[in-house]
Design a protein. Sequence first.
Lengths: 269, 263
Amino acid sequence: MGAPRAEGHEQMTDFLKPHRIVMIAIAVALVLACIFLLNWSWLENPKYQTLILQGIWRTIWITIVTMVIGMLLAIPIGLAQAAGPWYLAVPARVFCTVIRGTPLLMQLWLLYYGLGSLFPSIPWIRESDLWPLLRQAWPYAVVALSLSVAGYEGEVMRGAFKGVPHGQLEAARAMGMPRFTALRRIWLPQAIHRVLPTIGGETVLQLKATPLVSTITVMEIYAVVGRIRQDTFIIYEPLLFLAAVYMCLTGLIVLLYRWFEGRMPKRVA
Amino acid sequence: MTVTAREGKASGPRPERIRIENLHKSFGEIEVLKGVSLTACEGDVVAVIGGSGSGKSTMLRCINFLETPTSGKIIIGGEEIRMRPDGSPADRRQIEHARQHLGMVFQSFNLWSHMTILQNLIEVPVHVLKVPKDQAVAIAERLLDRVGLLAKKDAYPAYLSGGQQQRAAIARALAIEPRAMLFDEPTSALDPELVGEVLSVIRDLAAEGRTMILVTHEMKFAREVSNHVMYLYNGLVEEQGPPEQVFGAPRSERLQKFLKSLG
């Protein structure tokens, strides 16, 4: 039992080189200075606490929901481009080009201020059961962010589908596997394995695209912090807090995907 | 142009497994097969030899329509595969069904890399042929034991050597209980020291009377296991016959040259 401890101790002394000790000390000092010298009184306000929790939750679910919807759209879009007939491949290609070629903020505003202001003028929409939903801002946010994911990941999925070695599909074909079964059992799982590391990174980018929806009145964490700054005239501290929130969420996403990837079988090219 | 019955083994007519009639295949302007015919009855082991570009792999891949023939007939288990004018199968169900009776082994193994060896073996039986899973697993384990890979059943293909992967691929082809096996240069991608273990598995299959068409560069092996040898040259059958005759007393000058070049 002595050996591992000695090893751990050795690793520790290896890590604690003088320059590292100095840097750690500076980092700790900075954090402590931030905690004790800056004004965090607003965090004690129960009203803001509730708003912050709601905001963080909104940021999280918007990220997850739009990634899931976006990926579900991206798979057929990628497949259409990789293997579809021209009448599916061309629209898919155009969709990806338009989504990737225009700013997300603009897409969001076109949906919200464009469609969103067009809908009330159409009587049958106003009278439909969907109207209570369409009157709110978040459906537009979800649609815009999902389409953005679909556009970017559609392109990624196209490459992933094409990157699966031909022999893998030929083996399925040679054994009489119907085409849809081969897609479901062989082609899609292998394409997903390939993109998983990319999707992890894209999820982080998606998380950091969510503040855009604050511009159409969705109160996620960025909007909440903006409101706290306006209310209290405290400028810097809420921003630092916001940075910490996003970094924690990013860390969670990275850990989650690392865990996923660890469960995947390794393949040798 | 048909394969004669295996001497001394045939008692009464054996059912026909695979017949090719006047098969043509062009890739664009290049005609790779210029009218090849072949019949393999139950228990026949047909070795197809020839230089690179002779069309031997293309011929094999036309049998299960991995390549679509330009013209000709393919008859599998007595059933002619209906073709469109462009050579593609007219009825996808029919060709899928025919393929389920043909076990194909590739030069590059093509084991599904996201599945364990056992999962590779039960994939088609369970998800296509609808064999109950426990039954498929039992068959797969028996086959893996036979090719000496039972201990590797839960390993992923990437962790196996080339020889092991090819043996697993043969077991996978056997798992669909095929009526005939198609081997497309099964040892060409292997390191020399791994060739033997794969050949010995194929040899066992031949010995138990399995119908096989074997495209190979291993002349000694072809001579040993086959009862009929076809030498393809430039898309045509240049010479064929029993192995003793084709290897022992080749008549065609090209075949003599080909055999000589291989030492």
